[in-house]
Design a protein around this ligand. Structure first.
Ligand SMILES: Cc1ncc(COP(=O)(O)O)c(C=O)c1O
Length: 462
């Protein structure tokens, strides 16, 4: 891997004393997100040091192929000088100024324009925030204000799907359909209602993907009728559910769900925090699958993770109602932060100049999917799912599905084995998930799946 050589040449290796000291300080002072701290400090935290292309290096200086793009976000790959230069320039020119008080900055304007140019028809306005959670939280508030303004204040309930992940604020956790996220916090809040997601394997259903998808739509309709459409504001859906296990809907499923929402006057929100900016071989899944959402939320690939940034796009119809209603008291100190939006602009310029969306659509996406699906006949493969440059393998022990343990162990075990093989994947329940940078090469995809095949050879015995 060319990136490996480049990376190794610029590595500054940590000596054992430095590493031990950092691990001591980390244990003493640093609370990590989504972490079992006892487990973390037993093994010693990994201190990542450098990144170039699709490769990162850990505290030992060992190169690892990052098949998760950080956390589904480093779309243009690590070490892009264009983004670093744009950020450096902007910091010196104007490090910060708010977009409150009838003011804003040039990069915020230009990025909003560029995103609008790539968004589906009828969406031309962008509200900036700092994360996917804030983008969804913003969507929730815009929807509440919109329904109130159009004389429907009773429409406040929110529908989301099983296995959904929409963030970690109190409201967005309430939208997340994963018990590990909700139960410790006694969530969801009242008014957040879950409907099934299109994941027959996860629900241990014997129905085909198509039939299960149909049942999900029918069940959603029953829930809407039970709750009363007049009380329901919106349905949020990730086009491909990422953190829930890379759940790809059957063809036409989301469109059916969307139409159901339209018939019941329920807003349809596409959470494109993972799927936006090229992951599926389109700028947005909403355009790819003709979803005509009422709102889109985005983050991650908007800056490829170089700096935090989130955004919410309401349809022009919703934006018109909101902007005609006077002062809108919503926004964050860092909404439209000039340095984050400068990073976003440079990032989108790379995606355009290097035709990365087209590359996923017609080159590396299909290649990745072929390699992924070639593992379907492996005895450790329970189910394989994927679309574009995202995929997952639900794993099985030698004795088959009935022998899976509770709580699940195979995802974490397989991710640890993959790391030994030089590849970072995400372990979730009994599955591994992959979403590499869009710049990944065929050679790197070969390396990654050869490593995963070796992991699958070993995992049956866990
Ligand atoms: C689909 C989706 N929505 C929202 C979020 C929350 O984003 P953040 O972690 O930036 O708050 C995530 C994060 O993984 C996500 O995958």
């Amino acid at each position: 891997m060319a990136a490996n050589a480049q990376l190794c040449s610029k590595l500054f290796l940590m000596n054992p004393e430095q590493l031990a000291s950092l691990r001591r300080l980390d244990a003493a002072h640093h609370l990590h997100p989504f972490t079992d701290h006892a487990d973390l400090h037993r093994g010693g935290t990994h201190v990542m040091q450098a990144g170039s292309g699709c490769t990162v290096s850990d505290e030992t200086g060992r190169p690892l192929l990052d098949a998760l793009a950080g956390l589904w976000c480093v779309n243009v790959g690590y070490g892009r000088r264009e983004i670093a230069d744009a950020v450096h320039r902007q910091m010196l020119e104007l490090c910060y100024y708010p977009s409150f008080f009838n003011t804003t900055t040039q990069p915020a304007i230009l990025l909003a324009d560029k995103i609008a140019a790539h968004a589906p028809a009828g969406m031309s306005k962008v509200f900036f925030s700092n994360s996917g959670s804030e983008a969804n939280e913003t969507a929730l508030k815009l929807i509440r204000a919109y329904n109130k303004l159009r004389g429907l204040p009773a429409k406040t309930k929110i529908l989301t799907r099983a296995f959904a992940y929409h963030g970690v604020t109190i409201a967005t956790t309430s939208m997340t359909g994963l018990a590990s996220c909700t139960q410790p916090f006694d969530l969801p809040l009242p008014g957040f209602v879950q409907v099934p997601g299109p994941h027959p394997y996860g629900a241990a259903s014997s129905l085909s993907a198509g039939d299960y998808g149909k049942w999900c739509v029918e069940e959603t309709q029953r829930v809407i009728d039970r709750e009363g459409a007049g009380t329901i504001a919106a349905l949020f859906a990730e086009p491909v559910q990422g953190a829930g296990g890379v759940i790809v809907p059957p063809p036409g499923h989301l469109r059916e769900l969307r139409e159901l929402c339209r018939r019941r006057d329920i807003l349809f929100v596409a959470d494109e925090v993972i799927t936006g900016f090229g992951r599926l071989g389109a700028w947005f899944a909403s355009g790819l699958w003709d979803l005509e959402p009422d709102l889109i939320t985005m983050a991650k690939g908007i800056t490829s993770g170089y700096l935090p940034l989130g955004a919410t796009m309401p349809s022009d119809a919703i934006a018109e109602v909101l902007s005609g209603a006077g002062y809108l008291a919503h926004g964050f100190t860092y909404s439209g932060h000039p340095v984050s939006t400068a990073a976003g602009l440079a990032n989108l310029q790379i995606i355009e100049d290097e035709h990365l969306v087209e590359r996923v659509r017609s080159d590396v996406g299909p290649y990745f999917q072929r390699k992924l699906r070639a593992l379907a006949s492996h005895p450790a493969a329970g189910e394989i799912r994927g679309e574009g440059l995202i995929g997952a393998i639900d794993l099985l022990p030698e004795a088959g599905r009935a022998a899976l343990k509770t709580p699940p162990v195979l995802g974490a075990a397989a991710a640890a084995m993959a790391r030994e093989e030089g590849v970072i994947v995400r372990g979730i329940r009994d599955l591994i998930a992959m979403s590499p940078p869009l710049v990944i090469t065929h050679e790197e995809i070969d390396f990654m799946f050869a490593a995963i095949a070796r992991v699958m050879d070993r995992i049956g015995a866990v």
